[in-house]
Design a protein around this ligand. Structure first.
Ligand SMILES: [Mg+2]
Length: 411
């Protein structure tokens, strides 16, 4: 072997010494909302808490990557999750998790594709751990920051009128006013009451009252998003009336007013034009294999303006691929984040910072308790984290009470 050939691999070795993942663990941690959340168009009361299935992976020098496995645990068990994590991560070199070129992630590391493919949430842990080992932000690994802060919206305005029937629509207005007092500059209102919980026309009327009450409460400058979770399916006539009556309230986007369908979305475009609304049309949180055919049709026909697969379920690699496919379209990234708890907020801030077309972060406003402090929130936007990886760690004192439900495997 020539001297040159002998030296080259050595120098690569010196730059990136092996860094082996030595333990993985799973811990279910309940996260609390700031209030009780009511129904939406299809599901009964959300309540006051939701679970985060926290996954931690530690490597040789003690660096730790974090994610949540909520998608996996929807239909699985701790036993199966630990077996999955053991096969995917344990004993693996952190340098093999992601393919990186010029400091930017270009894809899955060798033989990692099969682990990320249906479990995009795992790729977020990879960005976190690789970033921490290299001392770089996951924002840089995603391609670098495109914004100095990430706008967020309060997504907790459920059917709060059902929780306080006497105040009715005013209850939602009051909670929206509180959100603005708390510093929020954008809110999302759940609608579609006539889809299940009320007669269709009465539900539409209540939806209108709620939207107008919220606009009254928040003043003219706060952005209002409206989400019906398909509650206007089979009622395009009522949807037309709804859009006409709320257009004076200046709606920024209409989300999932009906199930994804080319003719239905074409009809909605016509309604918006007829009533003089400039609102965006958004959908896609139900797309489990983005970008699947019906959504591709809506994109190709210029019938939607924002696309919303979940940020944690599809993960950073999944969303990088989505953005590659959206690149030459006018469709913007608005990843769904509801149900991702406090971890989802961090994951969204990092992704939003690096996304050219990102609109706004869906924020459940979880009371912080097991992660280190969030970046500063002011004027309705989060500052960017400055630490390595996601810029967040486990706050061990907040985590400690939950440690008795921690399950771990070690190499
Ligand atoms: Mg939604």
């Amino acid at each position: 072997m020539s001297l040159e050939a002998h030296i080259k691999p050595l120098s690569i070795c010196q730059i990136m010494p092996p860094e082996i993942i030595e333990s993985v663990s799973v811990t279910p941690i309940p996260s609390s909302y700031q209030k009780e959340l009511g129904k939406n168009a299809y599901a009964d009361n959300r309540g006051t808490q939701w679970l985060e299935w926290v996954v931690r992976a530690k490597s040789t020098n003690g660096a730790e990557g974090i994610t949540i496995a909520n998608r996996f645990m929807r239909q699985s068990t701790v036993e199966k999750l630990l077996a999955f994590l053991k096969s995917a991560l344990l004993g693996r070199d952190v340098n093999d998790l992601l393919e990186i070129s010029g400091g930017v992630v270009t894809g899955a590391g060798p033989s990692m594709n099969r682990w990320y493919r249906h479990n995009g949430w795992l790729s977020i842990l990879a960005f976190d751990l690789v970033g921490k080992i290299r001392g770089v932000s996951a924002i840089d690994l995603l391609g670098g920051k495109k914004h100095d802060s990430v706008p967020a919206y309060d997504t907790t305005l459920y059917f709060q009128d059902f929780l306080n029937p006497e105040k009715s629509a005013q209850q939602v207005g009051d909670e929206a006013g509180q959100a603005v007092d708390d510093g929020w500059r954008a809110v999302k209102i759940k609608t579609g009451r006539g889809g299940r919980w009320m007669m269709p026309e009465a539900g539409m009327r209540r939806d209108v009252d709620v939207v107008l009450s919220v606009r009254e409460a928040v003043g003219p400058d706060v952005k209002i998003y409206v989400d019906a979770n398909f509650g206007y399916d089979h009622h395009l006539d009522l949807l037309d009336q709804f859009i006409r009556e709320v257009t004076p309230a200046n709606i920024f986007w209409f989300e999932e007013m009906i199930t994804q369908d080319v003719n239905g979305y074409r009809a909605m475009r016509e309604m918006l034009a007829m009533h003089g609304s400039k609102a965006l049309l958004t959908c896609g949180e139900v797309d489990r294999a983005p970008i699947s055919e019906i959504f591709q049709d809506l994109i190709d026909e210029d019938l939607i303006d924002g696309y919303q697969p979940d940020i944690v379920s599809h993960g950073y690699l999944g969303w990088m691929e989505i953005e590659r496919q959206l690149k030459n379209t006018a469709v913007r990234s608005i990843p769904h984040n509801f149900g991702n708890g406090s971890f989802g907020t961090y994951a969204s801030i990092v992704f939003g910072a690096a996304s050219e077309t990102y609109v706004s972060l869906e924020d459940e406003r979880i009371l912080p308790h097991f992660l280190t402090a969030q970046p500063e929130f002011s004027e309705g936007a989060y500052a960017l984290p400055d630490g390595a990886g996601l810029g967040v760690d486990i706050d061990e004192s907040g985590y400690a009470p939950h440690a008795r439900h921690e399950f771990r495997v070690e190499a």
